[in-house]
Design a binder for this molecule. Structure first.
Ligand code: 5GP
Ligand code: MN
Length: 349
């Protein structure tokens, strides 16, 4: 199949390194970040299918489980969930010769697996689009200007001369990752080459409308009820700061019988309010408080996350964490907003 030429943005050195490692090594592990999202899983499964079909002994290990609306992806059922089976995970990591780390920039994002990945003796290759990767990896293939890690995996296969190997399953996974990391191509997706890539994937017979439905028309009733409650009862708007906060305690989540993935995307809703350019979602997780940040325009969520909540991410989408009560997390957030007052007062999208 003909592919419209796209720019070879991955350096030749990186492409050749990946090629030689794939030729040389047989026992390969792919891993990705905690609470895998569509891009984490899409990029990992695309690479997983490619390597499996080359006859490699490849395992996908994810740190913890992923939401129900991602389970339709081919191969998702083969992912080993480390949280549920740490011994098996450690054994596989220990014997791996090559580990691909996808869609994260700092090793601590794989959670409890991090020390085992670090000490495994395998070659580690990071493939990612978050800024500021750390130096825990042997090879760092980091292109923050990419829409998604899934786009990078496409470009890697393209530059390896492996377009013919991209079958429908691989194409679906790549599309899902590109779609979810751009909010259905509504942000971070103005590069025309994204649409060249989509044309290519469509010619592999993917059904992009069905993929959209699988992800976004697949929520539970309780998610909708929880969303209604959140927007009505748990949202604060700081008009003068062009900011908004939504928050959910453990009790709130329990009351609405929330399951993993139910709160996915909640943080985006306040950005639809006129004038709001910075939205934060704070919720209580098992033993800590988790924060999600989104912005429109040039307010840097990743800097805010790093400065106040030990986190990071992209300019317009980042996350962080807080160890303490949700009340204290909200107080710290409001103090942090105040510190950013001059930036936020003048912010526009
Ligand atoms: P989300 O809000 O969807 O959980 O995450 C948004 C972005 O922020 C993702 O790109 C994710 O990788 C990053 N992110 C989320 N939580 C953390 C965190 O605790 N630390 C760091 N460094 N990045 C995070
Ligand atoms: Mn991503």
């Amino acid at each position: 199949m003909k592919v419209t030429a796209i720019t070879e943005i991955i350096s030749k050195e990186h492409v050749e390194k990946v090629r030689s490692y794939i030729e040389k090594y047989n026992k390969i592990v792919i891993t990705t970040h905690l609470s895998p999202d569509g891009d984490a899983l899409g990029s990992s499964l695309a690479l997983y299918h490619y390597l499996s079909r080359k006859g490699k002994d490849v395992k996908l290990i994810v740190p913890n489980s992923f939401p129900y609306f991602l389970k339709w992806m081919k191969g998702a059922e083969n992912a080993l969930i480390y949280e549920y089976n740490p011994e098996a995970g450690r054994r596989i990591i220990k014997h791996a010769e090559l580990i691909f780390c996808l869609d994260f920039n700092v090793l601590k994002r794989v959670g409890d697996m991090a020390p085992f990945v670090k000490d495994s003796g395998a070659k580690t290759i990071l493939i990612d689009h978050h800024p500021y990767p750390d130096n825990s990896f042997d090879t760092v293939i980091s292109y923050p200007e990419m829409s998604s890690t899934s786009e990078l995996i496409f470009r890697l296969l393209y530059q390896l001369g492996e377009c013919e190997s991209i079958d429908k399953d691989i194409a679906e996974c790549i599309y899902c990752g590109m779609m979810t990391d751009t909010g259905g191509f509504t942000y971070n997706s103005n590069d025309p080459e994204i649409f060249e890539i989509i044309s290519f994937l469509l010619r592999k017979n993917i059904d992009k409308d069905a993929i959209y439905s699988n992800v976004y028309h697949n929520y539970t009733e309780q998610r909708f009820r929880l969303l209604g409650f959140t927007l009505l009862k748990r949202m604060k708007v700081y008009n003068d700061m062009h900011s908004a906060l939504i928050y959910l305690s453990k009790e709130d989540l329990q009351k609405y019988k929330s399951t993993k993935g139910d709160t996915e995307g909640f943080v985006n809703y306040p950005l639809s309010i006129r004038g709001v350019v910075f939205s934060t979602f704070i919720y209580e997780d098992n033993n800590h408080v988790k924060l999600s940040f989104r912005s429109r325009g040039d307010f840097a969520c990743n800097e805010f996350a790093a400065e106040f909540f030990q986190g990071g991410g992209h300019l317009n989408a980042a996350g962080g964490e807080f160890y303490g009560t949700i009340k204290d997390a909200i107080a710290l957030f409001e103090a942090a907003l105040k510190k950013q007052e001059s930036k936020l007062k003048n912010a526009s999208s």
